[in-house]
Design a protein around this ligand. Structure first.
Ligand code: UD1
Ligand code: MG
Length: 450
């Protein structure tokens, strides 16, 4: 049976107090919406339809980045969740399969839960995802009769007896496409909010004698984000889960609660991560690497045996081969570093390639930007770059070459050559003492005049 996802993302998110549409606020550095879409992708959907409204332009752009095959439909007025799903009617017209409705602001639904919903769908006409709420607050209440879900009552419309129910509506439903849109066509808006409630499809289905049930999941999966506090809490939940997953995979986190992971961080077994390491998107670290304290990595790859930091910054496009060492206060960007090379102290290496076993001395700078364009620096294997070398790109350093300390390299250096470009040193005997005397006298005079 094929499936289609409809992801509701038109709401304003007033309580976020933000110019950014709510569903684009990031959790672990990916928009909330990306998490929801990712969960849905586990069902291998034939269609993914995102319903956008507030900030539709930004949401449309983000959707294209997350999943170019997804379609965006507009809900220009937010008249309720049933109305929102109805916006996908034309797109899904004629689709023979199940529709799963997800919320863009409910990022933690697990693939397993979605699969359980579809399994239940095989036995029922309509399936709703519910959860036992520790604090049912304003959630819709699921009114069950045995295994049958009779109706969903919104908090605002509920009687005292119904408000006492703790089995609550997550908002997710699964239903055959044709049946769902038939039911939605019958939903009215005579309720406390004057909205078209998606939840009303349950009672309508029951009136027609259809089989409706609820599948239950852990409350942590249905965690919804409505405020910055919720967002921070959701990020914390993500971090805790992701850290535990890494620990279980055999990664050492010396102080797990201080390591900040991105939604897509991949780390191999027996890698050791010291405290306060931050991962941006797109980082993969192979087995047996060491990431020392206070390092910041994004869009990069660290191979087996690499030792990074403390205080290193790896920016996008950094590719480190096996056993590379990157030391303190070193920044790498768009740089390939071959096996066994070392960049140990206080350097900036950008738009560059560094050969195997090459040593980059302290304070080396690739001058990659001329104010208008970026240029490459290519350094061969077994090169020794002296401390405080400036490499004015574009420039190439051949294999087994050397640069003298303090050299400003402006032209290519051939293999095995020594490049030295600095002013010759002169020592003037006794001149230091004379200078000191002169300067001290000047200072005395200034103090007298003050
Ligand atoms: C909804 C459910 C409630 C459930 C709760 C779970 C209904 C009527 N109520 O209530 O039973 O317990 O979610 O969190 O469905 N949206 C649109 N367009 C609209 C309205 C909403 O796209 O016109 C989107 C929102 O952006 C959001 C989602 O649908 O992602 C849910 O809407 P929201 O207004 O938060 O519904 P709740 O009142 O929380
Ligand atoms: Mg809500």
């Amino acid at each position: 049976m094929s499936t289609a996802l409809v992801i509701l993302a038109a709401g304003k998110g007033t309580r976020m107090n933000s110019d950014l549409p709510k569903v684009l606020h990031p959790i672990a550095q990916a928009p909330m919406l990306a998490h929801a879409m990712r969960a849905g992708r586990a069902l291998d959907p034939e269609h993914t339809v995102v319903v956008a409204g507030h900030g539709a332009e930004q949401v449309t752009k983000a959707v294209a980045d997350i999943d170019p095959s997804a379609q965006v439909v507009l809900q220009t007025e937010q008249l309720g969740t049933a109305h929102a799903v109805d916006m996908a009617r034309d797109t899904l017209n004629g689709f023979a399969g199940d529709v799963v409705v997800l919320y863009g602001d409910t990022p933690f639904i697990s693939p397993d839960t979605l699969e359980r919903m579809l399994a239940a769908r095989a036995e029922n006409d309509l399936v709703v995802l519910g959860f036992e709420a520790a604090d049912p607050a304003r959630y819709g209440r699921l009114v069950m009769q045995g295994d049958s879900l009779e109706k969903i009552v919104e908090f605002k419309d509920a009687s005292d007896a119904e408000r006492a129910i703790t089995f609550c509506n997550s908002g997710l439903i699964a239903c055959d496409n044709a049946t769902l849109f038939d039911l939605i066509a019958k939903v009215g808006n005579e309720n406390a909010s004057g909205e078209y409630y998606l939840t009303d499809v349950v009672a309508l289905a029951r009136e027609q004698g259809l089989k409706v049930t609820a599948v239950s999941c852990d409350e942590s999966e249905t965690l919804g984000v409505n405020s910055r506090r919720d967002l921070a809490a959701a990020d914390a939940v993500f971090q805790r889960t992701a850290r535990e997953a890494l620990l279980d995979l055999g990664v050492t986190l010396m102080a797990p609660e201080t390591v900040y992971l991105a939604f897509d961080t991949v780390i191999g077994r027996d890698t050791v991560i010291e405290p306060n390491v931050v991962f941006g998107p797109g980082v993969t670290v192979e087995s047996g690497a060491t990431l020392r304290a206070f390092s910041h990595l994004e869009g990069c790859h660290v191979s087996r045996g690499g030792v990074i930091g403390p205080y290193a910054r790896l920016r996008p496009g950094t590719e480190l081969a096996e056993d590379v060492k990157v030391g303190n206060f070193v920044e790498l960007k768009n740089a390939e570093v071959a096996e066994g090379a070392k960049v140990n102290h206080l350097s900036y290496i950008g738009d560059a390639s560094i050969g195997a076993e090459t040593n980059i001395g302290a304070g080396t700078i690739t001058c990659n930007y001329d104010g208008v364009m970026k240029h490459r620096t290519e350094i061969g294997p077994r090169v020794f770059i002296g401390s405080n070398t400036c490499l004015v790109a574009p420039v190439k350093i051949g294999r087994d070459a050397m640069t003298a300390t303090g050299t400003v390299v402006q032209k290519d250096v051939e293999a095995e050559a020594l490049a030295i470009a600095r002013v010759k040193q002169e020592n003037k005997p006794g001149r230091a003492v004379k200078l000191f005397d002169m300067l001290k006298a000047r200072k005395r005079k200034q103090q007298e005049n003050a």
